[in-house]
Design a protein around this ligand. Sequence first.
Ligand code: DX5
Ligand code: ZN
Length: 221
Amino acid sequence: MAKVSPSILSADFVNLERDIRALVPAGADYVHVDVMDGEFVPNITIGIPVTAAIRRVSELPLDVHLMIDRPIRYVEDFCKAGADILTLHVEADTAENTRAALEKIRALGVRPALSLKPRTPAEAVLPFLPLCDLILVMTVEPGFGGQKFMADMLPKIRTIRGWIDRFRPGCELEVDGGVNLETAELCKQAGADVLVAGSAWFKSPDPAAFAHALKHSELNV
Ligand code: DX5
Ligand code: ZN
């Protein structure tokens, strides 16, 4: 059974507390927090104070996805703000700084994670796999919710699943972008164990039924 991590990028920001408190009864496993800086991606979303505020209203693990340049500058702040999983992008800095940032996250007692954009080959994460507790495969270009799932990312999910099973069992494999009931099934078949869902979750008239179907999904749901 997969875990589900609703992306609050698609929540109603005026009613963020209401939307976050509704996640537990609906069956969410994590809260996915998308942080964008207007440099690494062409959008600006939320940062450290909002992450800390979310921490105060949820017991769920905070799954913080940093889409920012040179994330090493901010990993300590996000750990202190309450991240439980802190994901940075492999494209966002040098290999040396990426390694140092992942080690720093671990030292602060938070689960380090690494993401890769659609055009980045799977091989880019391999040297860092021993340092990671989660790998996040982007199935849309990062920056915006509501985009179409890129099915050509499925071989990458399968490849990384194989590496995790061989070299880093226990590391989670998360998929982010365009996940709905249909694409979730493809992701799970390819080996994903955590599914991020933004627009599909928050547009659903019945998130509890949606979450149940996503986790246990059958294509005919
Ligand atoms: C995109 C973000 C995603 C986004 C997913 O850059 O990383 O987490 O919110 O939204 P949907 O599920 O609508 O594609
Ligand atoms: Zn995300």
